[in-house]
Design a protein around this ligand. Sequence first.
Ligand SMILES: Cc1ncc(COP(=O)(O)O)c(C=O)c1O
Length: 384
Amino acid sequence: MFRAVNREGTYTTKYDDAKKKFGTDDLMPLWVADMDVASPLCVQETLAKRAAHPVYGYTVYPPRYYDAIQTWMKKRFDWSIEQGWIVPCYGVVPSMNFAIEAFSAAGDSIMIQSPIYPPFMSSVKHKERKVLDNTLVYKEGAYHIDFKDFEAKAKEAKLFLLCSPHNPSARSWNTDELEQMIALCRKHDVLIIADEIHADIVYDKLHHSVGSFSEMMQHCVILNAPSKTFNIAGLNTSYAIIPNEHLRKRYNVEQNKSGITNGNPFGIEALMSAYEEGDLWLETLKKHLKANVLYVQDFLKEQQIPITSLPVEATFLMWLDCSALGFTQDELKTFFFEKAKLGLNDGRSFGDAGLGFMRLNVGTSREVLEVAMSRLNKAWKELV
Ligand SMILES: Cc1ncc(COP(=O)(O)O)c(C=O)c1O
């Protein structure tokens, strides 16, 4: 059973920054994408052991680190990678920025698919590239790719920033969708930068890494990390997998320019331990998260609250279609933040395609969600 650990005193973004974000500290924060549950015991013990050693100096990535990633890719995604393809980094978003810098120039066009995790859009804009938005099509309660539009944009794009699985829609792309995107990117010579940070939390489906498709392997950069999976995002430990040597060299130039050299001793230990021993914990966690999703979906239906949860194929994030409430986005925020006292992510922060939506993080205990749902229900019942 996963309980919500009291995170007070640990300087968490989710709780300690809530006041800044929502303007009040009396709401229940269910926003930023980390979880309230404890990391696996193997990770806790490894970190305690490392912390007990009193020297925290510069640390290299040992062969065991590369072994752990290589083995994880094989056993979880059936992808055989070479250790030399792995480029350690301190975050997927920084890596995405290095990749944009390495493989495009100011003024180039870069394709994304909104609604999308905000740094996709902002990274492109900050680097003075042009955003080409292959906006996902919301139809019959689910998101689909408009392939005609995709091809039109691929003709112009230099890079495609793919989010797979996709945040916030919680879609795990089907093989045929991935194949079509890959074929069009190959046809129009578009490099794929695939953020696969949510790959480990996919329900009832298999995640296929873009890098594992033979046609794409030499034309992609895969970004991943154990941070979402094992709730260790604060350890800032991620990696890129770049099979193509030429691309890898270009990427390395950009990353090295930023001054990154060594790793974080705690992040390295946590990654090795989680990937080596965390399988069983992960399977149990997925069951817990899936049950949380079902609980929220059932609650909304039973209480006849006109909010539709989209199917959650991956992630611990629920994308809630609140359009039937009939509010403007500002009214929707007031309803959640001030009436229900729930701190969800404003759908609008994922782009205009997120209007009418809110994102709910269910990476917590059932008890927390029960309180959240009763607050939502009370706020709704007061309205009708
Ligand atoms: C799709 C996606 N990419 C990247 C990140 C953040 O990655 P990092 O902390 O490694 O930069 C998140 C966090 O929510 C995410 O959802």
